[in-house]
Design a protein around this ligand. Structure first.
Ligand SMILES: Cc1ncc(COP(=O)(O)O)c(C=O)c1O
Length: 395
């Protein structure tokens, strides 16, 4: 093959790879060589898409629904999403404010492209979902990390936000429940964030993609307390539809025309079959399936937390939602990257180092996605215990 003389755009220097993907690739290579690997690295629910959702997609396919939908989404789906807010959160929304997107990944990019100029700044938590800072860089926006720790429930304080806010700052992006910490923002805190950002003259963006996966407290939306905010959501996690690539934004009415223009140009529309399927994901008949899965994930998470206690690692704060454990390495004489490497190579257990999620104490933390089968989780925790013991003995 002749080498191309074309070179990459300089913005590519700001885009770091997802370490978790490198770990996944290594795990797959080990599996191809006959090694068994327990996967606790990738953030994906272990369940197939619910039957009624698949059946709806089949019906749509048989009916020839293979054309573009409007850029803002299938009207039926936008209406169903608006009804969902009324039914679950008591929030009355016009379906005109819903923008259906190809996964929340596209929703996040649409929101940032629409709201933040090149050269502006975006505040986000450290640790936080890694793609956000890369999306920001793609649009010439500088991501500014707000370090958060277990001591403040992994939530930024208002003082931190005010101190980090500069004339160039346009928005604060938070997630509830958060990845990787599982932290849920209480209602009153959401109200305080919204008021603070309004006072500072910016936009509050809240990623609610793990919203249905609450453990202990009932889920809520920032829309219950303020409707000037931007909400990001998705069918990927609670609805078990990662591969369908469908999510949504809820925007203030005044942003809809711009979102429509941008969506038409960026991706034309979310996948049509996935949008038809998503209508069934919101239907009452699907809810019991999803709730049973939520409970199963909650049980795995609590079991994993109890098991960790005997390994020497520490869950510095119990997660309120999602399916991740953000675990401190306590006194282990090793970096998170090295711990994850050894756990995979020596024990066949794949987990993610904190460095994927930011820089704040990142080499002292790992993330466990508690989505493996119960027997595999047992194997994984025995392996974690063994590696911790070896490390403590200087091995
Ligand atoms: C916090 C958060 N936001 C957004 C996404 C993107 O998900 P999707 O594009 O599948 O909706 C993820 C995926 O893991 C996530 O953890």
């Amino acid at each position: 093959m002749t080498a191309s003389r074309a070179r990459l755009a300089s913005r590519m220097e700001g885009i770091a790879p997802f370490h978790v993907m490198r770990i996944l690739a290594r795990a797959r290579a080990m599996e191809a060589n006959g090694r068994a690997v327990v996967h606790m690295e990738v953030g994906e629910p272990p369940f197939p898409t619910p039957g009624p959702v698949v059946a709806q997609a089949r019906r749509a396919l048989d009916a020839g629904e293979t054309f573009y939908t409007p850029a803002l989404g299938l009207p039926r789906l936008r209406a169903a999403i608006a009804d969902y807010y009324q039914e679950r959160f008591g929030v009355r929304l016009s379906s005109d404010r819903i923008v259906v997107t190809p996964g929340s990944s596209a929703g996040l990019q649409l929101a940032l492209a629409m709201l933040c100029d090149a050269g502006s700044e975006l505040l986000l938590t450290d640790p936080g979902y890694p793609c956000n800072r890369h999306f920001a860089r793609l649009y010439g926006i500088t991501p500014v990390g707000l370090p958060v720790s277990a001591g403040n429930a992994f939530l930024p304080t208002l003082e931190q936000i005010e101190a980090a806010w500069s004339p160039a700052t346009r928005a604060l992006l938070l997630a509830s429940p958060a990845n990787p910490t599982g932290s849920v923002i209480p209602r009153e805190r959401l109200r305080a964030y919204a008021a603070c950002i309004e006072r500072l003259g910016g936009v509050l963006i809240v990623d609610e993609i793990y919203q249905g996966l609450h453990h202990g407290m009932s889920p809520h939306s920032v829309l219950e307390v303020d409707d000037r905010v931007v909400v990001v959501n998705s069918f990927s996690k609670y609805f078990c539809m990662t591969g369908w690539r469908v999510g949504w934004l809820v925007l203030p009415e005044s942003f809809i025309e711009a979102a429509d223009r941008l969506a038409q140009n960026m991706y034309l529309a979310a996948p049509t079959l996935a949008q038809h399927a998503a209508v069934a994901a919101l239907a009452p008949a699907t809810r019991p399936i999803l709730e049973a899965r939520r409970e199963a994930l909650g049980k795995k998470l609590r079991w994993a937390e109890r098991e960790l206690a005997s390994t020497g690692l520490e869950v510095t704060r119990s997660p309120d939602g999602g399916f991740y454990l953000y675990v401190g390495l306590a006194g282990l004489p090793v970096t998170a990257s090295e711990f994850c490497r050894r756990l995979l190579e020596e024990e066949g257990v794949a987990v993610t180092p904190g460095v994927d999620f930011g820089v704040h104490r990142a080499e002292r933390h790992i993330r466990l996605a508690c989505v493996a089968e119960d027997g595999e989780m047992r194997t994984a925790f025995d392996a974690i215990g063994r590696l911790c013991a070896t490390l403590l003995q200087g091995g």
